[in-house]
Design a protein around this ligand. Structure first.
Ligand SMILES: [Zn+2]
Length: 701
């Protein structure tokens, strides 16, 4: 699933709240940050620090490379640091697996590129060589030769002849018994022919998607054969709830369809052995018995390939909620497989985000105060409101399917029966979102679309915190607030297809109404009311204008969050027109929306909140429909065209990914005395370092 800008965190949380199934791999354009001083909440001075901590470190093709920090790592206990280190190593040990899963020649291509980058004797500054470097970076970013998001094969901009010349002047190529000429003939079309193995995952209708997909989950079998194979396997199995096919490749052997299982001694054995080695070390320093037990089940799963162990691991993993350090490790998401059976290797090592937890608790603590002060009608207020609490983690290390492009929310495990019987864990990745929010607030789009330099400066200073707080309030006190009148059915029955747009608008309006309230300064979640103003500027600009960037020309708004944002913005714009609350300005053919009166705008937000709460509380379908259809659906196509053009001129990379922090054990007398964390700045260097340290698989598996 892809979204972008403002609602990435929102979508992650929303998906967790509304449709709990998947780990969201959100790759889109940027977002979020936080800094808070004052009592109650500890400081995370991101905006200031980031001037020294470079968040954006590389830009190539359609990609921007960022860094994330791990605030609080140094305060972990030695045992926790060791646990994080072992788990991070266990994740990186599986890096090769994901490459090979995506395409059978990915490791060959990667090792060839690594050899070139390390040994090429020719001119490295030439334009042609730089094109090859960009290609290599794209391969590293996508964990293979297919685009990480579209899954379509990309090819280098340099010529084949140049590539072969580079090969000739390189050493350490993975020839594997081939002569140089044979090797060059073999690898050149794999890299340069766009039609050879064109798509990693082909989902087109009326096609044998198994045959049409270049992914490495099947070989020599048809879609029908695979489906039949698993139907029979399930029939024979005493446990029908297993995730059949999750950890294997399906091939034909002597005319029979068989599975090659990913396990110790099986396919991917050499990498899995390393994973197990590090997991065993992690077991020794586990924070509690449940964590120890789930890691042990995971080890048994890798050792035997038996899916029962993975389910047992998942059940215990869900139950483990006390430890500071947590991990996702295994064959998890099935998006890379057209039949959605095969799990891509992935690892996310994290710690609970105490800072976000404190911030959310601070808002939650005053949930009743916010409800009492809300502009909604007294009969629609809750007498006893409890804030909804969101769980936030700090990422320490990611590998496989979650790196360099990362999800921003995780909601696991995937099997429905585990979710129904044991629940699930749903978290947002706080430090990743911080990095996105920071980058977004600093983006050239801030200047481009702000009516004045002062407004742009305020967004640069406060916009990241404003985004984070907006989402916190939207979730914690927004969705939690208000009540239905007696006898009124739930909104999905009364407001039907308009229910989610109106619910999102309601939650946004609670956040917006209170964003300008001195109470937020008083309880220490925001340094000054300027943060609230920055949020108003960002919100109105997005709702009336910049979110159109993500809408195809000729289309109207479909998605609930986008409809809600335009509904809210367009309504207050129209209602405030006689007082010139928001002014539409046209300058040199460019449109701007400038807020002239923040207090009046707050009052308008309050009025709309009261009305939407009334619609929900009474189940007034007619009024709800009228609001959404009048303000939230139709797109001004002229303005859309202008927005697309202005964004195109800014040349902002649509995809982002991250360099991983480096965990370094400090060893004295054979014992780990401490674990230090470093933040490398060079993407290519890290990719080459990983290639040296974690290359455990041969080129063919
Ligand atoms: Zn929401």
């Amino acid at each position: 699933m892809v979204s972008s800008e403002i609602d990435m965190k929102e979508l992650a949380i929303e998906a967790a709240r509304l449709a709990p199934v998947v780990l969201l791999t959100v790759v889109g354009v940027s977002i979020a940050a936080v800094f808070v001083f004052q009592p109650e909440v500890a400081a995370r001075p991101l905006a200031d620090d980031n001037e020294e901590f470079k968040v954006v470190v590389d830009r190539f093709a359609d990609i921007q490379i960022l860094r994330y920090r791990v605030p609080g790592f140094d305060e972990l206990s030695l045992e926790q640091k060791k646990l994080a280190y072992y788990l991070a190593e266990a994740g990186l040990a599986g890096r090769d697996i994901f490459y090979d899963q995506k395409y059978r020649h990915n490791l060959l291509v990667r090792k060839t590129l690594e050899a070139i980058l390390k040994s090429y004797k020719g001119d490295r500054t030439s334009e042609e060589f730089q094109k090859l470097v960009v290609y290599a970076k794209r391969v590293f970013f996508s964990n293979g030769i297919h685009h990480h998001y579209s899954s379509i094969k990309f090819v280098p901009d340099c010529t084949r002849d140049f590539f072969v010349k580079v090969l000739e002047q390189s050493e350490g190529l993975p020839l594997e018994g081939k002569s140089f000429a044979e090797f060059a003939r073999f690898i050149t079309p794999i890299i340069f022919d766009p039609d050879l193995d064109k798509k990693a995952v082909d989902l087109s209708p009326n096609t044998d998607n198994v045959k049409a997909s270049a992914g490495n989950f099947y070989e020599g079998v048809t879609e029908d054969e695979v489906i039949k194979y698993y139907e029979e396997l399930e029939k024979r199995s005493s446990n029908k709830r297993l995730s059949f096919g999750l950890n294997s490749k399906v091939v034909k052997q002597d005319g029979r369809v068989v599975e090659r299982v990913w396990k110790k001694g099986g396919m991917y054995g050499p990498a899995i052995e390393k994973i197990v080695y590090w997991l065993q070390k992690a077991v020794d320093v586990a924070e509690n018995e449940t964590q120890k037990a789930h890691l042990q089940e995971l080890i048994k799963f890798y050792e035997t390939g038996d899916l029962e162990h993975f389910d047992r691991h998942s059940v215990l993993w869900v139950k483990e909620t006390e430890a500071r350090i947590d991990v996702v490790n295994g064959f998890i998401e099935v998006y890379q497989d057209p039949l959605a059976k095969k799990g891509a290797f992935e690892s996310v090592v994290s710690m609970r985000d105490m800072e976000a937890t404190r911030r959310i608790a601070a808002i939650s603590k005053y949930a009743q105060w916010f409800e009492d002060q809300s502009p909604i009608l007294p009969e629609h207020k809750k007498k006893n409101v409890t804030g909804i609490s969101a769980k936030v983690i700090t990422v320490i290390s990611e590998a496989g399917d979650s790196a360099p492009a990362t999800p921003i929310g995780i909601n696991l495990p995937n099997p429905d029966w585990i979710r129904a019987e044991h629940g699930s864990k749903s978290v947002t990745l706080g430090n990743i979102i911080d990095a996105y929010n920071y980058v977004r607030s600093q983006s050239p789009a801030t200047e481009e679309f702000s009516a004045t330099p002062e407004i742009a400066a305020r967004i640069k200073e406060h916009g990241a915190l404003a985004s984070t707080l907006h989402v916190d309030m939207h979730e914690v006190i927004g969705h939690a607030s208000g009540k239905l009148e007696d006898g009124v059915a739930p909104p999905d029955q009364t407001l039907k297809n308009y229910a989610s747009t109106l619910e999102e608008a309601r939650a946004d309006l609670v956040a917006l109404y209170f964003a300008l309230d001195p109470k937020l300064v008083e309880i220490g979640v925001m340094p000054s009311i300027e943060v609230g103003k920055a949020e108003y500027d960002q919100y109105i600009t997005a709702g009336l204008m910049t979110q159109l960037y993500r809408v195809e020309p000729g289309h109207d708004l479909e998605e609930a969050h986008m409809r809600n944002r335009q509904l809210v913005s367009a309504w207050v714009y129209e209602k405030g027109r006689s007082d010139n609350v928001i002014e539409r300005i046209s300058r040199n053919g460019k449109t701007y929306f400038q807020i002239n009166d923040y207090d009046k705008l707050r009052d308008l937000f309050g009025q709309l909140l009261r009305e939407i709460q009334r619609i929900k509380s009474k189940g007034d379908y007619e009024a709800g429909m009228k609001l959404v259809e009048t303000y939230g659906v139709k797109v001004d196509q002229e303005l859309l065209k202008e927005v697309h053009q202005r964004y195109a001129d800014l040349n902002i990379a649509p995809y982002q990914g991250f360099i991983q922090p480096r965990l370094i054990p400090v060893i004295e007398g054979g014992q780990i005395k401490d674990v230090k964390i470093e933040y490398p700045e060079d993407f290519l260097a890290q990719m080459l370092e990983f290639g040296e340290k974690y290359s455990f698989l041969p080129t063919r598996n």
